[in-house]
Design a protein around this ligand. Structure first.
Ligand SMILES: Nc1ncnc2c1ncn2[C@@H]1O[C@H](COP(=O)(O)OP(=O)(O)OP(=O)(O)O)[C@@H](O)[C@H]1O
Ligand SMILES: [Mg+2]
Length: 486
């Protein structure tokens, strides 16, 4: 028995003191004098000739020793429970019972183990990854590490291609396994086509073509406002079609040769903004990130963190997102992962490029699902990402979060997640998460498993002074306590 629920005064022993009722056959309430379980735990219930499995979503105390646990009936074997109080025997559910509900048959999809039942792995429902996902938790709660776990599972067990927009260079080693990983798991990942595109790489440079951008995107790069700069903006609309060249440097002579004052103004703008100096942004006559993406490798990581300027990051992100959107009618599935999403889709964007990227992501959140474009956005607080994106997410992974305001906001958005389970995030330790939504069988409190690949930007240690031998060293560093899920 591994939940904290201890068997109550059993109904069979010395007078019925614990009762079960169910208003609709799908939810349950257990009332009695017993040591209550914790929210999220599973209960084995025997009542009225039926065996039931219930997940606790809410706990209330009644008087000094009476407790009420209520939640969802996950399985019912026998006659459905009655709406009136019926004597019940309650015990913590066994590992086998819970695993039958939450683990799934494919161990390659196991992302971690239940916090209260370390013997029970949580399995992803890979077919239900066709929804948008919100990944949230305060800084240092383990979001990026856990996101890596999810990506590794997707790469290992599915054919769903993934695009990672990586503003912190945290996923640039997604193609490199750690020496401590299980050899079979390492091999499974090594077989997958993972393309890491980086600004300073000779072999796999991250580039886009200016002339592939839509006129609207080009205008955003040139910081043109359609109303304030209407003359130049209009000149760009007229000229954009004639930019057949593939490099921005080739556009400049075209503008100067056009011999109209507006074209010359555009050329000046291009030079003044120093856009030709974005040497690691613009593709010459060869590769563009969109060419790589069109092949749909198993994973394509765009190392946006390799750029010095935020505007460069935004230009590349816009080029790629616009490209995907323009081809949406092909309905080719892609999971678009945006870590540190506050960089690309904050509620208030500051520049025309920022607005264009954000608006495209909001549009993908609103309409992309039916075209097979699914977003996974990760950030520290719900308010740091545009509400038009967060409110479109069906799936939630919540890591440590102590802010009551943020938890209330999440409860408002993710109404399908039991509020008391959300509140438990305030006590989470590193690597612990609440996972809920269509991509898992039940809302589950989980401890994420270990990574198979390297995380790019792990924490910087605090520099310490030489140890004073007179001071005793601390007993041991707390660990996250999760090994490889078997
Ligand atoms: N389950 C885990 N096991 C071991 N180490 C972990 C685990 N989760 C996270 N870490 C480590 O803890 C540190 C913080 O994790 P991570 O970078 O994932 O946090 P984060 O929530 O993404 O933070 P931020 O919002 O600042 O980006 C990293 O050094 C990471 O390697
Ligand atoms: Mg992070």
């Amino acid at each position: 028995m591994s939940t904290t629920a201890s068997p109550p005064d059993a109904t069979s022993a010395g007078g019925a003191s614990t009762y079960l009722d169910s208003a609709d056959g799908r939810s349950f309430r257990v009332r009695g004098s017993w040591t209550p379980p914790r929210v999220g735990d599973f209960l084995h219930l025997e009542s009225g000739g039926a065996t039931l499995l219930g997940q606790v979503e809410r706990l209330e105390a009644e008087g000094r020793d009476q407790h009420v646990a209520s939640g969802t009936l996950v399985s019912v074997d026998g006659p459905p429970p009655a709406p009136v109080p019926t004597p019940v025997e309650v015990s913590p559910a066994s590992d086998e019972e819970v695993a039958a509900v939450v683990s799934g048959a494919d161990r390659r999809l196991h992302v971690g183990r239940l916090q209260s039942m370390p013997g029970v792995p949580l399995g992803l429902l890979s077919r239900k990854l066709n929804r948008h996902t919100f990944w949230c938790g305060q800084s240092g709660s383990g979001k990026t590490y856990a996101l890596g776990v999810l990506l590794e599972r997707i790469l290992t067990a599915t054919d769903l291609p993934v695009l990672v927009l990586d503003p912190n260079s945290d996923f640039v080693h997604l193609d490199t396994t750690v020496p401590t990983a299980d050899p079979q798991e390492s091999r499974a990942l090594a077989d997958r086509d993972v393309q890491v595109l980086r600004p300073d790489s000779q072999e796999r440079p991250l580039r886009i073509r200016f002339t592939d951008l839509s006129a609207r995107a080009q205008a955003a790069v040139l910081r043109l406002d359609p109303v304030v700069d209407r003359v130049e903006y209009n000149a760009l609309l007229q000229l954009a079609a004639s930019f057949e060249e593939r490099h921005l440097a080739d556009v400049l002579p075209t503008l100067n040769q056009a011999d109209t004052p507006e074209a010359v103004m555009l050329a000046q703008r291009l030079e003044n903004l120093g856009l030709l100096d974005w040497r690691t942004v613009w593709s010459d006559h060869t590769t563009s990130a969109t060419d790589v993406l069109d092949r749909r490798p198993a994973a394509t990581v765009l190392d946006l963190g390799g750029y010095d300027e935020q505007e460069e990051q935004l230009a590349v992100a816009l080029g790629v997102l616009d490209h995907l959107w323009q081809r949406r009618s092909q309905r080719r599935p892609l999971l678009i992962v945006v870590d540190e999403a506050h960089n690309l889709c904050p509620p208030q964007a500051e520049t025309p490029l920022g607005v264009a990227v954000r608006d495209r992501l909001v549009q993908i959140a609103a309409e992309g699902r039916k075209y097979g474009l699914w977003l996974l956005v990760s950030t520290q607080r719900p308010s740091k990402v545009h509400p038009g994106i967060v409110t479109q997410c069906d799936n939630l992974t919540l890591m440590r979060m102590t802010s009551r305001t943020d938890l209330e906001q999440l409860a408002g958005i993710f109404g399908h997640v039991p509020e008391d389970m959300l509140r438990r995030a305030a006590q989470f330790r590193l690597g612990e998460a609440l996972v809920a939504g269509t991509f898992v069988p039940r809302p589950t409190l989980v401890r994420m498993r270990d990574r198979v690949t390297e995380q790019g930007g792990s924490d910087v240690s605090v520099p310490l002074r030489d140890e004073d031998p007179a001071v005793e060293s601390p007993p041991h560093r707390p660990t996250t306590g999760e090994g490889t899920v078997s």
